[in-house]
Design a protein around this ligand. Structure first.
Ligand code: NAD
Ligand code: AOT
Length: 332
């Protein structure tokens, strides 16, 4: 196994090395940690899964990265035992939605005046939780089309390409400058990040990807491309995206249904890129017997729909079906 260690590409050499903490080092956190470490940044890991933390302390963070076996010896702390003297230019949050608040509470001592805190979690409205722990002008929100999976504690499986959309939460020149610096850092690692003016639109659009692909693939035991090959796929995706768009209108986001459906069909069903990916919800429930985040995706739309007087029968049914499946499988 090859140790991934400062094999910086030429472009990255011009970038100042950043002190980066990954808060939540599951599948996605592992991807970002390995890629940023490979680009020469000083990466520290924080996680709450004891078995995983112990495995990484013992053997390093391991992954199959596009067919290449890699391992990186990175410092890792249990989130309840973080080192408050760690200096941090950037913290990237990569917990699951339901773990976010506990993680923020635990890493409070790592958030200094100049620490940027980036949230790329799937789902809508995480900033409301983050701003309880982080000054608003230090928060960056966005989403990512990268994918990842966990094979076992200490080991991830990472294939395909992706991109990141992000923006500072507060409209302020200093915050914007900080966001551009974060983008430069992410791009030094080949993470393909872009400053995205209409970030709420991008977040809603990605939520539509998850509100279709994650829940449907979980229920149907399919990867995205196989689901896309079924005859009813198009109609179901249109119906779900339309519900997201109706709710989004009430939050001043004008989501274009045709464009979003097109985006899902072009990206998610492509077998040469990410089509063979089993969404994280599928992995959580069907492979690891874990409870899902359905309440933060289709469930959130069903709840918001009730609040705004918008009918969301597809999202409501899908949420209940996923809960049925969690219960049938005794997921924890
Ligand atoms: P993950 O479940 O792999 O990791 C999240 C956290 O759960 C980590 O702290 C991890 O250590 C812990 N964890 C993982 N398996 C566990 C187990 N068996 N027991 C106890 N704890 C465990 O989640 P992820 O897939 O990395 O997703 C993180 C965020 O990124 C989520 O918001 C997700 O929606 C988003 N996201 C994921 C993908 C993807 O392809 N996986 C793609 C885009 C966005
Ligand atoms: C995904 N998958 O976001 C990523 O698995 O949670 C996930 C996820 C990019 C494009 C399509 C699906």
């Amino acid at each position: 196994i090859k140790e991934v260690k400062y094999t910086i590409n030429k472009k990255a050499r011009r970038i100042v090395s950043m002190n980066i903490t990954i808060a939540g080092v599951g599948a996605m956190g592992s991807r970002f940690a390995l890629m940023l470490h490979r680009a020469g940044h000083k990466v520290t890991l924080v996680d709450g899964w004891k078995e995983h933390v112990t495995a990484i302390q013992k053997d390093g963070l391991q992954a199959n990265l596009n067919g290449e076996e890699v391992v990186a010896k990175l410092p890792i702390y249990l989130q309840s035992e973080v080192d408050p003297t760690l200096s941090n230019d950037l913290i990237i949050l990569f917990t699951k939605a339901m773990q976010l608040e506990a993680m923020l509470a635990d890493i409070q001592p790592l958030i200094h005046d100049n620490t940027a805190v980036l949230c790329l979690l799937n789902g809508i409205g995480h900033e409301e939780v983050i701003e309880k722990y982080v000054p608003r002008n230090q928060i960056m929100i966005g989403n990512t089309m990268w994918t990842a999976g966990m094979e076992e504690p200490g080991r991830a499986k990472l294939f395909g390409n992706g991109s990141i959309a992000l923006k500072n939460l507060v409209a302020d020149p200093k915050a914007e400058q900080a966001a551009y610096k974060v983008i430069e850092t992410l791009n030094s690692a080949g993470l393909n990040a872009q400053y995205t003016e209409n970030i709420l639109y991008a977040i809603y659009k990605k939520a539509c990807v998850n509100g279709t692909m994650n829940s449907l693939c979980t229920l149907l035991l399919a990867n995205m491309a196989d689901f896309g090959d079924t005859t009813p796929a198009h109609n179901i995706v249109v119906k779900i995206v339309s519900e997201f768009a109706e709710v989004a209108k009430h939050e001043n986001v004008d989501l274009n249904v045709t464009e979003t459906v097109d985006y899902i069909e072009k990206n998610c069903y492509n077998r040469d890129t990410i089509g063979l990916h089993y969404p994280s919800m599928y992995q959580d429930l069907n492979e690891h017997n874990r409870l899902t985040k359905i309440d933060y995706i289709n469930g959130a739309i069903a709840r918001k729909g009730q609040q705004y007087g918008v009918d969301t029968p597809y999202c409501a049914l899908i949420t209940e079906l996923v809960h049925c499946k969690e219960q049938l499988l005794c997921a924890k």
